[in-house]
Design a protein around this ligand. Structure first.
Ligand SMILES: *Cc1c(COP(=O)(O)O)cnc(C)c1O
Length: 379
């Protein structure tokens, strides 16, 4: 018997929309009527609000989370011959931004507990890059599934080797590392407002957070076709990389409830852990960190994963596998160097990880039913 018919949503954006109510529709209509569709007043208002939210000097909004990374790399002059260390156990976009500029992603392994880039694996990645005739220039850690990467340890390794660090917080934006909101680790932090991310808009969008005044100016130029400061010239090659005014209006409404949503996500994660820790490997967050739980990803024995997914699907409970095919196994990246003797943790996680429904509007009765079905499937 199907327990949930129609099936549950994996992420319930409709519940969030109901909560935000007519104010959201009015904010969108206001932009439609005002007509400033590109860089209207809501864009600057949102950038200021987001900078305040994470205690940073600047936010440059942009077209999406991949362009956010690419814009930072363009500002750094990254190009052919350069190697950038990234995890392979992540969404494709991290490496894609590097490859698209002609530079080479070099894949390094992740930590077993946090799923995030292992600082101890970076020296091997640098050696691999040099052996391939590449110059390592930087590292892009990812806050996978919403858990902050180990920024202090990563920053120490980067400093030791003369590398910059760029934080890809597309999944972790809003999280806290050692009492500080993500956004001010590395030379810049990027995020995505893809609808399914913890802070999402109604389309594509992204942002870059930085404390660097000079970088802020360069990024504003790059996202607008390389427009010069006096707006009389185009003195660099840029992108059509702006955030739409309508999306900024949506994001202003969503940012107002984001802290409350982060707290709800934390409560739901705690309930999942309490209900499942004895039947599956449940995710943990470092003691002095707050995750935004972009995903709730458990680990099961590889031979049980498909049957768990099938059992839940039959009950009307969706699951997702992030990531069955790590980036170094994807066609476009198969020729990129892999650090040291391969990525054993990445390979193992790709066979064990399975993500359960996770969003701030998952009520307790529904969550209890999900826990019950997971337990029944794994019994
Ligand atoms: C979603 C995501 C991106 C890219 O964001 P888009 O807005 O879809 O371009 C980059 N990195 C990670 C880790 C992501 O999850």
């Amino acid at each position: 018997m199907t327990r949930f018919d129609p099936p549950l949503p994996f992420i319930d954006l409709a519940a969030q929309r109901r909560r935000l109510g007519p104010a959201l529709d009015e904010a969108i209509l206001k932009v439609v009527h005002a007509g400033a569709y590109i860089l209207g007043p809501e864009v600057a208002e949102f950038e200021t609000a987001l900078a305040d939210f994470c205690g940073a000097r600047h936010v440059v909004s942009c077209s999406d989370g991949t362009d956010a990374i690419a814009l930072c790399l363009m500002a750094k002059g990254v190009g052919p011959g350069h190697a950038v260390v990234c995890p392979s156990f992540t969404y494709t976009a991290t490496a894609e931004a590097v490859a698209r500029l002609g530079a080479t992603p070099v894949f390094a392994d992740v930590e077993d507990v946090t799923f995030n880039l292992d600082p101890a694996g970076i020296p091997a990645a640098l050696a691999t890059a040099r052996a391939a005739g590449l110059e390592p220039v930087g590292v892009i850690p990812v806050d996978l599934f919403g858990h902050p990467a180990d920024y202090d340890a990563l920053a120490a390794v980067c400093a030791e080797h003369g590398l910059w660090m760029l934080a890809d917080s597309a999944q972790g934006f809003g999280a806290t590392y050692r009492g500080r909101r993500l956004g001010t680790f590395g030379f810049a932090t990027t995020t995505s407002f893809f609808p399914a991310k913890p802070l999402g808009c109604f389309g594509d969008g992204g942002a870059i957070v930085t404390d660097d005044d000079g970088l802020d100016a360069v990024l504003r130029s790059l996202r607008f076709h390389g427009l010069s400061a006096d707006r009389q010239d185009n003195d660099r090659v840029g992108l059509t990389g702006r955030l739409d005014t309508i999306q900024a209006a949506v994001l202003l409404q969503k940012l107002a409830i984001f802290d409350d949503e982060i707290a709800a996500r934390g409560r739901i994660a705690d309930r999942y852990a309490a209900g499942l820790a004895d039947v599956a490997s449940v995710p943990t967050v470092a003691a002095d960190c707050v995750s935004v739980w972009a995903q709730y990803t458990i680990r099961v024995a590889p031979e049980r994963r498909a049957s768990l997914a099938a059992h839940l699907k039959a009950a009307g409970i969706p699951t997702a596998i992030y990531y069955a095919r790590p980036v170094h196994r994807q066609g476009a990246y198969a020729a990129c160097p892999v650090a040291g003797n391969g990525l054993p943790v990445t390979e193992r996680l790709s066979t064990e990880a399975i993500s359960l429904p996770m969003h701030p509007y998952l009520d307790e009765a529904t969550q209890d039913a999900i826990v019950e079905e997971v337990r029944a499937a794994l019994a």
